[in-house]
Design a protein around this ligand. Structure first.
Ligand code: PAF
Length: 297
């Protein structure tokens, strides 16, 4: 049986009200569609914790700072619904933009500090768009828990902050980045890579993991990061927007190996912007991407 697709918040709320009356726990997995194994792993994690799982599919115009990027974003609702059905997710909520942002819509949710720097510096307005739509999706679904991938690490922290600041009663649960067998972090944008770019792309993750290992023994952070940038450019990337070390807990800037950290990168390969991140100085030890991909296969 296919997954039911709902378009309006009224339909969604009437179903969730019945679930709530029956005492069921509800999870939401927010997505922009073009689902890949990373999204499906979030859906599986949600199904393991909640009684009912809503997957949202909305290509949110407010988070695209380039109109061309919004137009080029893949829209594959039918395929997405086909991928979700066998997993047992309960609802695909795919509202129209005119319903999410009706005439006169005038509210923006803006999260300072954690939205600044990294992707926030290169994609003006992006996190306002994310924060606004995520707040709406949380309020519309009334879910008890929401699942996000660690690949969008800064986004995860923006969402955690807004939930705390606005007292939204929802648990934010993060799942590790899912990688291809060669280490490339899964992303809807990977489909845009040419064959030559696709073979160069895994170097980004390799360099991140190598750099994280190097930072375990070499604490001259600035030098290590400069050399890692050079390695990314030498691998065929045209621009490194940022390669930064931030606190794992709150993405604050750190300059010394005094707490668990994340090494985060955004870099352009041809016309495609790729982001990724890995743990550094983690008390849990580092999960190596290739091992993780093999375990997931
Ligand atoms: O990560 C995404 O796909 C989007 O930013 C999200 C969280 C679904 C909001 O549109």
């Amino acid at each position: 049986m296919g997954i039911p697709i709902l378009r309006t918040v009224a339909e969604l709320r009437s179903i969730v009200a019945v679930w709530r009356r029956d005492g069921l726990k509800v999870a939401v997995v927010p997505t922009m569609g073009a689902l890949h194994e990373g999204h499906l792993s979030l859906v599986r994690a949600a199904l393991a914790k909640a009684d009912r799982v809503i997957v949202t599919l909305f290509v949110n115009p407010k988070q695209f700072n380039s109109p061309a990027d919004l137009i080029a974003y893949p829209r594959t609702e039918y395929d997405d619904a086909v991928k979700l059905a066998p997993l047992g997710a309960h609802i695909l909520y795919a509202p129209d933009a005119a319903d999410v942002y009706p005439q006169g819509f005038a509210t923006t949710v803006s999260v300072s500090a954690v939205s600044e720097g990294l992707c926030g510096a290169f994609r003006p307005g992006h996190f306002d768009g994310v924060a606004t739509v995520v707040t709406k999706l949380f309020l519309q679904t009334g879910a008890d828990m929401a699942f996000f991938g660690e690949k969008d690490f800064q986004q995860l922290h923006v969402v955690r902050r807004l939930v705390r600041d606005l007292d939204i009663p929802i648990d934010i649960i993060a799942s590790p980045t899912v990688r291809e067998d060669d280490g490339l972090a899964m992303s809807s944008r990977n489909a845009r890579l040419s064959a030559a770019e696709r073979s160069a792309a895994p170097r980004l993750a390799e360099i991140l993991f190598e750099t994280a290992r190097r930072l375990d023994r070499d604490h001259c952070i600035d030098r290590v990061l400069v050399e890692a940038r050079q390695a990314i450019l030498a691998a065929g990337f045209s621009q490194v927007e940022y390669l930064d070390l931030r606190a794992d807990e709150d993405v604050a800037i750190i300059a010394a190996p005094n707490r668990p950290a994340r090494l985060l990168v955004a870099a352009w390969l041809g016309q495609t912007r790729l982001i990724d991140n890995v743990e550094v100085w983690s008390p849990r030890g580092r999960v190596e991407g290739f091992v993780e991909a093999a375990a997931a296969a």
